[in-house]
Design a protein around this ligand. Structure first.
Ligand code: BGC
Length: 752
């Protein structure tokens, strides 16, 4: 190299270095944001910092924090949007950053349009089957990291609606049917997200339990049932995570829209639960300015039909007081400081893809539930199985995901290509997406000496022939679920039932793998040797499944939701459907989104859903009604077995439950030990409720003494008369075991 070349190379390198420093500074700080304000002092409390900013703000700046700026998914106009579902603008003069929001229930969504990758984790209900707060914390932390990687600072995930209606098309986004389990898990999920300096959001507040007519349905429910079930799940999640935001839901509750319901937003959430963050409306769930503001809504998304000029005028006319306005703004600002958006500006980078995949697999291994294992057909011994046929469910290429706003885009596009334009649904919400985690490939890797083949199952005769010729047949059945519609039934589609029955008739060693978002009924269950619930198992789902089938992983997942025998056994055998005038669906490509959103804002005629099963949600219903179920809440098999003994209960104020669990089998395993309690008859409660649990890892032959602390709050009931919780004095039965219907230990204690 000549010296002239060397000089120009050095100049170039110096120039490049300066540019990259400048770029990283502006990337990190956001446009025009400097750090030279009194509120830049991170040692001050978030409240003090918010107050300081508030004093400097104009009315327009205040209003700008209280609304979104249009549904921006497909906008080509330049804006501050990062391409997510919504955002609030930055205020550079005051150093206040934009809040960039992305849906992120089981991974960061809508990466495809911007060419971004994110990890698709197992569905939320799947991960809930781990009953593992630590796993769920890490699940949230991964999402928090990947949100930041992609330039987002707020998650829209954290669904904690209880499964009053298991046919709800969003059951896969929630955490099952028990308030303690669901609340604990979502709380840890949000805590994990927020550990990464993003805002966590708990949703959909409240009683938003069906998709059919969700913008019009009026959920009728008594206070006690709400407080002890649906709202308790939120309360527990809030206590654990102190979330930056709570999203109010589309539906009405006892007459008022959830986003203008002062009982829900002010009396319960802000006063009783002492929620310090901001309430954001579900997308298009705002229906007024003054009424919603008075009731406690802080921010409208994604538009400004009401919380833009409308709210400004209401403040100017005095209809909304300055104090009320300032409270909304304070909550948004406080959250920006408290959750790290101000002190730790987002810096984009490539997510750690490999780490994400490894973690997704570990979650799937804890989520998959072994439901049936006749004659120990599983695990399959790789040394003894010569041939294995996988049938149906696109098991050659991938695993299914849950759809709607939670949809994580599969890397490389859907492993099962969508139908060509014009054939199949035009609404992008209503398209199945399959992740490229191929069961065929994963099973070949686990069973290298066997002949592993695949048939589609489209022709049952062909499937039957293939099953006859194989040592073991594994049928992959699936039910796709998405925001926007409910399942008509928990039954599998008829052709899949027929496929299972035909294959089972051809091969006694038939195992069914289910990829579902909700429970499934199984009229065919006696005909097959094994059943595995894999849920929507995520980007490494097939690998996790194959490890469980081969026994390199011992299954440990347990159901967070009851599998009933039939729809007829549900509290509402028939789904409550809206009349046509109360139903509007999100428009497909080319449809008029603006027109749709403004119709939503105006509101649709209400129709009624009566939650007259009251306190009897999930297992409490089947217990109270003495209905036998297919697989109970808390159930899941292992390749080993566990024995329970030696129960003692001590302490009156915070009872402590101690017992011993022993691994009776010939291999190591993890048992989820569950503690339930029956309240005194005078409490008027369903037969029992979950009050605690512990995940216990046990080596072969090992036994451990476990202590589970029970919070007195979890033994209390809500008294509508005094609007408070009380412990009913009397005799309490503590029940311990491996599922809600297998509780070998019992001890009665008297509490005052
Ligand atoms: C869903 C929310 C979601 C929002 C933004 C709504 O349709 O109900 O859960 O966060 O859209 O995408």
């Amino acid at each position: 190299m000549s010296s002239a070349q060397e000089i120009s190379r050095s100049v170039f390198l110096l120039f490049a270095a300066v540019l990259s420093v400048l770029a990283s500074v502006s990337d990190a700080q956001g446009p025009g944001i400097d750090q030279k304000h009194a509120w830049s002092d991170a040692s001050l409390s978030p409240d003090a910092r918010a107050d300081m900013v508030l004093k400097e703000m104009t009315l327009d700046e205040k209003i700008s924090l209280l609304h979104g700026n249009g549904l921006d998914f497909s906008s080509t106009k330049p804006s501050e949007s990062n391409g997510g579902a919504g955002y609030t603008v930055s205020i550079p003069r005051l150093g206040i950053p934009a809040i960039q929001m992305a849906d992120s229930a089981y991974g960061v969504t809508r990466g495809a349009r911007a060419g971004r990758y994110s990890t698709a984790l197992p569905s939320n209900l799947g991960a809930a089957s781990s009953w593992d707060p630590e796993t769920v914390f890490e699940y949230g932390a991964l999402i928090g990291r990947e949100l930041r990687n992609q330039g987002y600072s707020m998650s829209l995930g954290g669904g904690v609606n209880l499964a009053r209606e298991p046919r709800n098309g969003r059951t896969f986004e929630y955490q099952g049917e028990d308030p303690l389990l669901a609340g604990t898990l979502v709380g840890n999920f949000i805590k994990g997200e927020q550990s990464q300096n993003v805002i966590g959001d708990v949703k959909h507040y409240a009683v938003n339990d069906q998709e059919s007519g969700r913008n019009a349905v009026n959920a009728n429910i008594d206070k006690r049932s709400m407080r002890e079930s649906d709202l308790l799940a939120f309360q527990i999640a809030l206590e654990i995570s102190d979330p930056g935001a709570v999203m109010c839901s589309y539906n009405r509750v006892n007459g008022d829209y959830a986003c203008e319901n002062s009982y829900l937003l002010t009396d319960v959430l802000k006063k009783d639960f002492q929620f310090k963050g901001f309430v954001v409306s579900d997308w298009g769930g705002t229906h007024s300015a003054a009424k919603a503001s008075h009731a406690g809504l802080d921010q409208e998304q994604p538009n400004q039909y009401f919380f833009g000029d409308g709210l400004k005028k209401a403040v100017e006319s005095g209809e909304v007081s300055q104090e009320e306005l300032d409270d909304h703004v304070h909550r948004v600002l406080r959250t920006i400081f408290a959750k790290g958006l101000f002190d730790h500006p987002v810096v984009k980078q490539v997510p750690d893809v490999e780490a994400g995949m490894a973690f997704a697999q570990s979650v799937a291994e804890k989520s998959i539930v072994l439901l049936k294992n006749d004659q120990h057909v599983l695990p399959l011994d790789a040394a003894k199985v010569h041939s294995l046929v996988l049938i149906g469910g696109h098991a050659d290429v991938g695993v299914l995901t849950g759809g709607g706003s939670a949809q994580v885009d599969p890397p490389g596009g859907s492993a099962v290509p969508p139908p060509p334009p014009g054939q199949g649904p035009s609404n992008r919400f209503l398209r199945q997406a399959w992740l490229p985690s191929s069961p065929l490939r994963a099973f070949k890797a686990q069973f290298p000496a066997a002949k592993v083949s695949y048939v589609s199952g489209d022709k049952v005769e062909e499937a039957s022939e293939a099953a006859k010729g194989a040592d073991v047949a594994i049928v992959f059945a699936y039910v796709w679920e998405s925001e926007g519609f409910d399942l008509k039934t928990l039954d599998l589609p008829e052709e899949q039932t027929k496929l299972i029955e035909t294959v089972a008739a051809a091969n006694p060693r038939t195992i069914v793998v289910l990829e579902t978002g909700s429970p499934a009924t199984m009229a065919w269950v006696d005909k097959v040797a094994g059943v595995i619930e894999a849920w929507y198992p995520g980007i490494r789902g097939a690998e996790a499944l194959a490890s469980i089938v081969a026994g390199t992983i011992n299954p440990s997942g347990k159901l967070a939701i009851t599998f009933p025998k039939s729809d007829a056994d549900l509290p509402h055998p028939k789904l409550v459907m809206p009349p046509p005038e109360s139903e509007r669906r999100f428009p497909g490509p080319g449809g008029n989104v603006t027109e749709f959103m403004s119709t939503m804002a105006k509101g649709l005629p209400p129709f009624q859903a009566y939650y007259d099963e009251k306190l009897k949600v999930g297992y409490k219903w089947y217990d109270a009604e003495k209905k036998t179920v297919l697989f109970p809440f808390g159930f899941g098999l292992s390749y080993t077995s566990f024995e329970y003994s030696g129960l003692s209960v001590s302490g009156e104020n915070a009872p402590s439950v101690t017992f011993t669990v022993k691994n009776m089998g010939s291999r190591a395993g993890t048992e989820i030990a569950e503690v339930y309690c029956s309240l005194p008859e005078a409490a008027g409660e369903p037969p029992k409720r979950l009050v605690g649990w512990s995940r216990v890892e046990l080596g072969q032959g090992e036994s451990k003494q476990i202590t589970v602390a029970i919070s007195r709050d979890r033994l209390s009931v809500y008294d509508e008369g005094s609007d408070g919780w009380k412990l009913v004095p009397g005799s309490y039965s503590v029940l311990v075991g491996g599922s809600s219907q297998d509780l070998p230990l019992r001890k009665d204690v008297t509490l005052h």
